[in-house]
Design a protein. Sequence first.
Length: 126
Amino acid sequence: MRVLGYTWAGVRTADLKSATRFFGDILGLSLVHEGKGMVQFEVPSGQLFEVFGSESRYYGLHACPVLAFQVEDVRAARHELMSRDIEFVTEVEGGESEAWTYFRGPDGYLYELWQTTRPLKALPPK
């Protein structure tokens, strides 16, 4: 398994409307998707930041911020980590172009492995 970078972060909020305004209007992140109980922003580097409201099925997984580590093959990476006694709390979800699974780190916090076709982008020079 080779980690390519961290490409996604997710948090939860009790007030999705206020959080959407904060991250979009105040921090200036680009809103790229709104779904049931969640919003997704993209930063210039191509990383995604998702905020989950209480009606999202992922709300319970995000008691603290969660980082996703991009890997080439999420199923192979999951298998490798399971062979090292890492605890996974979900099966692999998604499809061929994008798939993810959540696991616990040594601190008990959740992290994610994510396989995606989204490229990481270098920031342009100032």
